[in-house]
Ligand binder design. Structure first.
Ligand code: SF4
Ligand code: SF4
Length: 416
């Protein structure tokens, strides 16, 4: 039965020059623009328990991932990393590069930057404050400039739907590469207009970017923990360019996603690792569905990035406009319960249609936890619990391993 309408969201088209789209939001999906949050709590958690990058807080499983991921991905990454390294280096020092042009007093660059970025191929471009509540502790002194340009680059549709598998995972990394080169072009453009620009990587992030994208009105947070944007849902990779150029911020938008996800729940039901939660909780001052990292990570690493939660999302598969129109017309979630949307195959496990999930042993989820040095301590503690006393050479080996990890941390993560 048709649903009464709350409001319509008007957004620019998928590609530069495409006509505007109108997304209807049903009355029973209307919520707040952006995300439900308590700003004072966000500030409290940021101050007392600053966020830290996965490269530090989960360094133990990052090492484990390198030797566990499929060999074809290791081979691919070796070649791609060699190509990307100069770009990472340039991004790392991008804030120090001097402007090449001269600013014009009183100008505002919002429209020019948006147009330039859209012409480069970014599907979503938005402006907001560079909110340091969402900057990792290790990056706080590195991250510069008060304005954030939020840039979403669409990932290939066909490759993505083929996942989990190498082709879909390759699409992920190819998108990172494509957007990294374009961000360098955008930074060059901003400098040519007389201002500074800093490039924040898509893979080695300076913080969680999604809150900034939500603040800039580019989408809302889905139950899968990803940004659901109007044209490609979560099938995009996100990057930031921060700048001192004069810009105007975009407002957050209510697309109805917060309530829609509670009715949909397809990603929650289909997650092979059972890493997604049905109910929203308050977490660091924000109301959201919390992803359980320890349940997701082993699946992601073993099965080419997994991303079932992206693939089965109707907003990713069909686009937000058809999904919301269908909901207004029928009260139903487009594609829910169908093989077309929910079916997927896992290498070595078989095909899983709606209602069926793969099984994993308990040991499958037993991966190194926390920081590398913590993991070494815990392994050594295990060693101490055996009957014989560790030899002097074992003690020496343990000390050397811890020292090498700590030394590596000092050079890798001192990014000020
Ligand atoms: S990546 Fe896979 S395991 Fe992780 S949350 Fe998504 S569906 Fe679940
Ligand atoms: S699959 Fe459904 S519940 Fe999950 S993020 Fe997409 S719309 Fe939300």
């Amino acid at each position: 039965m048709a649903k009464p309408l709350s409001h319509k969201v008007i957004r620019s088209g998928r590609r530069a020059g495409d006509p505007y789209v109108e997304i209807p939001v049903a009355e029973d999906l209307a919520g707040v623009p952006g995300v439900t949050q308590e700003p004072a709590d966000v500030a409290f958690y940021s101050r007392e328990y600053p966020l830290e990058t996965q490269a530090i807080d989960h360094s133990a499983d990052r090492q484990w991932a390198l030797v566990t991921q499929p060999q074809d991905m290791t081979d691919f990454r070796e070649v791609q990393d060699a190509r990307m390294e100069p770009m990472y280096e340039a991004a790392h020092h991008s804030a120090e590069v001097e402007p090449t042009g001269t600013p014009v007093p009183g100008e505002n660059l919002t429209d020019d930057i948006r147009l330039f970025a859209r012409d480069l191929g970014f599907g979503e471009v938005g402006f907001t404050a560079h909110d340091r509540h969402y900057t990792y502790a290790a990056k706080k002194r590195w991250a510069r400039f008060e304005h954030a340009i939020c840039l979403a680059f669409e990932q290939d549709y066909v490759q993505t739907q083929s996942g989990p598998g190498m082709d879909a995972d390759r699409a992920r990394f190819e998108t990172y590469e494509a957007q990294q080169t374009r961000c360098m072009d955008l930074a060059g453009y901003i400098r040519s207009r007389g201002y500074r620009a800093q490039i924040h990587d898509g893979s080695d992030c300076s913080g969680p970017y999604i809150p900034l994208f939500v603040a800039a009105g580019l989408g809302q947070l889905g139950a899968n923990g990803q940004l659901l944007s109007p044209h490609f849902g979560s099938r995009s990779r996100l990057m930031l360019v921060t700048t001192d150029a004069p810009v105007t911020y975009d407002p957050p938008v209510d697309y109805g996603i917060e309530k829609f996800c509670q009715k949909c729940q397809v990603c929650v039901s289909r997650c092979p690792g059972r890493a997604l939660t049905r109910d929203k909780v308050w977490w660091r001052g924000v109301r959201k569905n919390k992803v359980i990292y320890e349940r997701c990570r082993p699946v992601m690493v073993t099965y080419h990035g997994c991303a079932v939660c992206m693939i089965v999302c109707p907003v990713q598969r069909y686009g937000m406009k058809p999904v919301m129109e269908h909901y207004v017309e029928t009260g139903e979630v487009l594609g829910k319960g169908t093989e077309n949307l929910e079916g997927y195959s896992i290498a070595g496990k078989g095909h899983f249609g709606p209602g069926r999930l793969p099984q994993f042993s308990r040991e499958f989820f037993d991966i190194p936890q926390g920081r590398e040095e913590d993991w070494l301590y815990s392994k050594f503690k295990e060693r101490l619990s055996s009957t014989d006393v560790p030899t002097a050479s074992e003690l020496g080996e343990f000390a050397n391993e811890v020292k090498s990890v700590l030394d590596k941390g000092e050079t890798t993560f001192d990014v000020a």
